[in-house]
Design a protein around this ligand. Structure first.
Ligand SMILES: NC(=O)c1ccc[n+]([C@@H]2O[C@H](COP(=O)([O-])OP(=O)(O)OC[C@H]3O[C@@H](n4cnc5c(N)ncnc54)[C@H](OP(=O)(O)O)[C@@H]3O)[C@@H](O)[C@H]2O)c1
Length: 257
């Protein structure tokens, strides 16, 4: 008998961009599954508030205030984090920003910022995290990256985000082949339309909001907590042979037309 094991006991999990939204939901699920979670964001008060909420629920959390797009700062801060808190066994690359513009309307700054925050920062942090994970090979390691159904799918007026997200999908594959031999797996989660703070305006839009819901076979937005099962599974011992996969969590949105 081989019972599935979704426990994250004794694991240290860093979730980037986890003061709100999907990152916070993933951090809560990891903490409830036994991990010590590291909450990350740019604002100390928001990081401390999220840490306090998780601790007050009886779980383990630490804070890491760091703009992950600041690559030099990221390297130094990650080294400090490893000394002060420990070497993460699990990294979730969750930070993502979206400047909704056509390519024609996008400035060079828009393009550079979207690529830096969404793609380059995750590549760099994954490299740092994988090095730490490989240094303790008995533990293995997990890198999980939030891509999107945007990437394989594109929409007019929203040009750069899908480019960056499809780049992340390539990163998921590259990490899987480079670090798999060292016991570090790399997988992605491609969310569909979740009712997070960043989607509040779209959800409330009387024209675009119903279009999103109408296309979805489940006929609704997802709640942030509905990302938890996929995120815990991919981090857990039960996903030991899953490597280089992107798990779509979209209610069937991307298979309808
Ligand atoms: N929501 C969806 O429907 C959906 C769909 C597909 C894919 N996704 C992807 O899922 C991920 C999470 O989405 P979300 O909607 O939950 O995002 P969100 O609500 O906008 O939250 C973003 C989080 O990232 C943090 N953050 C932003 N820039 C940062 C930086 N440079 N350094 C460190 N932290 C930073 C923010 O914290 P502070 O502001 O406190 O720093 C916040 O905690 C993103 O990658 C997104 O592209 C979401």
């Amino acid at each position: 008998m081989h019972a599935p094991d979704f426990s994250l006991n004794n694991k240290l999990a860093l979730v980037t961009g986890s003061t709100q939204g999907l990152g916070y939901a993933i951090a809560c699920a990891y903490a409830a599954s036994g991990a010590t979670v590291i909450i990350n964001g740019r604002d100390i008060a928001r990081v401390e508030a999220a840490v306090a909420r998780i601790r007050s629920a009886g779980f383990q959390a630490q804070g890491w205030v760091q703009d992950i797009a600041d690559l030099q700062g990221q390297r130094q801060a990650y080294e400090q984090l490893q000394v002060q808190v420990g070497t993460p066994d699990i990294l979730v690359n969750n930070v993502g920003i979206r400047i909704r513009k056509s390519l024609g309307a996008s400035t060079l700054d828009d393009i550079a910022q979207m690529m830096q925050v969404n793609l380059v920062a995750a590549i760099h942090l994954s490299k740092l995290a994988a090095a730490g994970m490989m240094a303790k090979p008995a533990q293995g390691g997990r890198i999980i990256t939030l891509t999107s159904i945007a990437g394989p799918l594109a929409r007019p007026g929203d040009a750069i985000y899908p480019i960056a997200k499809l780049g992340l999908q390539g990163m998921v594959h590259s990490l899987a082949v480079e670090y798999g031999p060292y016991g570090v797996t790399s997988n992605g989660i491609a969310p569909g339309t979740f009712a997070t703070e960043s989607n509040r305006e779209l959800a409330a839009d009387p024209i675009r909001g119903p279009v999103v819901v109408g296309r979805n076979p489940l006929g609704r937005w997802a709640q942030p907590g509905e990302i938890a099962g996929a995120a815990v599974f991919l981090a857990s011992p039960s996903a030991s042979y899953v490597n280089g996969h992107v798990l779509v969590v979209d209610g069937g949105f991307s298979v309808t037309f």
